[in-house]
Design a protein around this ligand. Structure first.
Ligand SMILES: Nc1ncnc2c1ncn2[C@@H]1O[C@H](COP(=O)(O)OP(=O)(O)OP(=O)(O)O)[C@@H](O)[C@H]1O
Ligand SMILES: [Mg+2]
Length: 153
């Protein structure tokens, strides 16, 4: 039996707190990382991804278009290349090959609706589940990344 995965629960009082968490994740991220963003419609997955990409770019005005239709948007950032996936409209995981998923895994992948990955879901990922607890408040449950998760508190 494997040891239980360490997890971290953070209460995020507002959008700025979500953005600050995304900034900490961006500073800890490196090529090869998978960051999986779970939660219902409107939970803040895209808001988290936008803040992550802006922090990693050191550009608070970075344009972060929604990948809802293209399914993926790629960013060349100072420390790594990042691919922002939104898999809500993915037909099946075979379609991921067409999106160059395997190649993207060498870089940083940020994934909304990671359940669509099926068997391709990375087992070494950082998973962040966002749950609305009020209009502006969210609970984030983070798991994975071993000891590195402690740097995100
Ligand atoms: N603490 C918070 N963290 C994140 N978003 C928040 C917070 N408070 C309010 N919001 C708002 O909630 C909305 C979250 O929308 P967002 O598009 O990021 O959700 P999503 O999880 O990506 O949804 P979808 O599944 O439709 O892609 C935004 O309008 C954002 O401003
Ligand atoms: Mg979204």
């Amino acid at each position: 039996m494997s040891a239980p995965t360490a997890s971290l629960v953070l209460d995020l009082p507002d959008l700025a707190a979500t953005a600050a968490l995304a900034g900490r994740v961006a500073r800890a991220a490196r090529a090869g990382d998978a960051i999986l963003l779970e939660g219902p419609l409107g939970a803040g997955k895209s808001a988290f991804a936008r803040a992550f990409l802006r922090a990693a770019a050191a550009d608070p005005a970075l344009e972060v278009p929604s990948p809802s239709y293209t399914l993926v948007q790629t960013y060349d950032l100072p420390s790594f290349r990042a691919h922002h996936f939104d898999l809500w409209r993915l037909g099946d995981s075979a379609e991921l090959a067409e999106l160059d998923w395997a190649e993207a895994r060498a870089d940083v992948v940020l994934v909304e609706w990671p359940d669509r990955l099926g068997a391709l879901r990375p087992d070494d990922a950082l998973t962040i589940a966002l749950q609305p607890t009020g209009a502006e408040t969210r609970r984030a449950v983070l798991s994975g990344w071993g000891e590195r998760i402690r740097t995100l508190a």
